[in-house]
Design a protein around this ligand. Structure first.
Ligand code: BES
Ligand code: ZN
Ligand code: ZN
Length: 499
């Protein structure tokens, strides 16, 4: 589904439903909305007043009205206070509008560039947010369901008056569509049951993405190659699984030569049973989501040519399944990871960090400008920050701020947690270089971050523990339903766009 931008006058453009938006502290109609209302002899303003529509965010009002023999429908959506108007408010408002349009079985829906008229937002930002809100709200995962026969998918047309605005808005809408599609790809990958999203399937997704984009290539390391390179973390975790592990590196080459290299590393455990340190049944229910870090990296790569960053971007993940067999890794076993360090594995459910020890070491060896990893790493992070906030840990204030700024603009919640040096003692092993779990019951998100730090070396690094936001138990907001959320994709793309 696409968002269409069309030049014209909104009051003269036919549609099943016309979406108008209003701020709570600006009760009178202005701009294009006023033009529409003048065309209807002030009917909209009158009904809006009678129904006491206040423009609070989340509020909506449907108005039916005769327009030259035709019965037309108008939907007002609230935007809240004008000073608070931002991309996120627009995404939410348009997502609300999408759901109403679906209920109303409106096939073609029109709207204008909200927030751009009075100058609060640029036409580009407004069009981007409108496209994202609409398309993300229209997402559903129905690979395993028969489609309902009578569902109407509402199509959106944004009507724009001037050629100049049109040009800026088109760029924004194109970007918004690319961001939304990339997010939906990540959602699909996470939502697909682990039976159909095995390590080899993730490899295939990377290959397909590379095939579609000239500037993207992919390298795949199989079991033999993993043994040769000493990737004992990935190999160790995969020991109990019937499915072969892989290390994948995607590489985007910019058109203009660049010396900058950015590494995006994703946790890619296709299913996390916990291994011999087995999870309780309920804890295992959603563990197909344990490859959401890699899904975010793959999502971002699927739109990378569109964003065209001015840097080499590498996407790395170690695809494995954490299963059980007579050959599974045992608590107490010692493994040697890619950088030569040894790890005493005291809990096989702390497997993500073992695979990341390899993939992060692999990235660090190439001396990049920054490593950003995304991982559904710890339940402790969900305890600390809840289900809607990513825990960010970093050895670099500048990159940390860059990621936080990108996340804010993308509408993804992230919060920095400390890499507290004194907690390092909790990861000391008496028989190996490190143990894979802390000796303390507390602060598990921080000790997981600290565990990863030595593999990064001196490279600037941002670690994102996405265990909470990657998978929603139930609906989060009007554009994020339950299941895989695609969290991280839009932050990564926003960040890449600034390079
Ligand atoms: N994949 C889990 C973390 C997780 C939990 C992700 C909930 C999403 C939702 C990870 O591999 C894990 O099991 N971590 C353990 C670490 C512990 C053994 C130190 C945890 O959080 O309990
Ligand atoms: Zn685990
Ligand atoms: Zn895991």
């Amino acid at each position: 589904m696409n968002i269409i931008l069309k030049r014209g006058l909104i009051q003269e453009t036919p549609s099943d439903l016309l979406i108008l938006a209003q701020c709570s502290d600006q009760p009178t109609l202005g701009g294009a909305a006023l033009c529409v209302d003048e065309h209807l002899h002030g009917h909209l303003a009158q009904v809006k007043k009678e129904e006491a529509f206040s423009g609070k965010s989340g509020e909506s009002l449907l108005v039916r009205c005769q327009d030259q023999e035709v019965l037309r429908r108008f939907l007002f959506v609230g935007l809240g206070k004008r000073a608070d108007l931002c991309e996120e408010v627009l995404r939410e408002a348009m997502a609300c509008a999408y759901h109403s349009a679906k209920v109303l079985k409106a096939k073609n829906v029109t709207t204008i560039l909200h927030g751009a008229g009075a100058g609060e937002m640029t036409p580009r930002a407004s069009a981007k947010a409108i496209a994202e809100g609409w398309l993300l709200a229209s997402y559903s995962f129905d690979r395993y369901k028969k489609p309902k026969k009578d569902t109407v998918i509402p199509e959106l047309t944004v009507v724009i008056r001037t050629a100049r605005t049109m040009k800026m808005a088109q760029a924004g809408a194109d970007l918004g569509m690319a961001f939304a599609q990339a997010t939906c790809l990540a959602r699909d990958l996470v939502n697909t049951p682990a039976q159909d999203m095995l390590p080899a399937d993730l490899v295939q997704v990377a290959r397909d993405i590379a095939k579609e984009q000239e500037q993207v290539s992919v390298r795949v390391f199989d079991r033999t190659a993993l043994k040769k390179m000493g990737a004992g973390g990935i190999l160790g975790v995969s020991q109990g699984s019937d499915h072969d592990p892989y290390l994948v590196e995607m590489h985007y080459t910019p058109k203009k030569p660049s010396k900058k290299h950015i590494f995006l590393v994703g946790k890619a455990v296709t299913f996390d049973s916990g291994g011999l340190s087995i999870k309780p049944a309920q804890g295992m229910e959603t563990m197909k989501c344990d490859m959401a870090g890699a899904a975010a990296v793959l999502g971002a790569f699927s739109a990378i040519t569109h964003v065209a960053p001015n840097a080499h971007v590498h996407g790395v993940f170690g695809a494995v399944e954490n299963a059980i067999s007579g050959n599974a890794l045992r608590p107490g076993d010692v493994i040697t990871v890619l950088n030569g360090k040894t790890i005493e594995v005291l809990n096989t459910d702390a497997e993500g960090r073992l695979t990341l020890a390899d993939t992060i070491s692999y990235a660090a060896k190439q001396n990049p400008d920054v490593i950003i990893d995304l991982a559904t790493l710890t339940g402790a992070c969900v305890v600390a920050l809840g289900e809607e906030v990513t825990g960010l840990m970093s050895n670099n204030d500048l990159w940390s701020e860059r990621v936080l700024t990108a996340a804010k603009s993308a509408g993804e919640n992230m919060w920095r947690l400390p890499l507290l040096k004194s907690y390092k003692r909790l990861l000391k092993s008496s028989i190996a270089d490190y143990r894979n779990i802390s000796t303390s019951r507390y602060g598990g998100a921080l000790t997981a971050g600290l565990f990863l730090e030595p593999f990064v070396g001196k490279t600037p690094w941002v670690h994102l523990d996405i265990a909470g936001p990657a998978f929603a138990e139930k609906k989060i907001n009007s554009y994020t339903t339950g299941g895989g959320t695609g969290h991280g994709v839009r932050t990564l793309l926003t960040l890449l766009k600034t390079l």
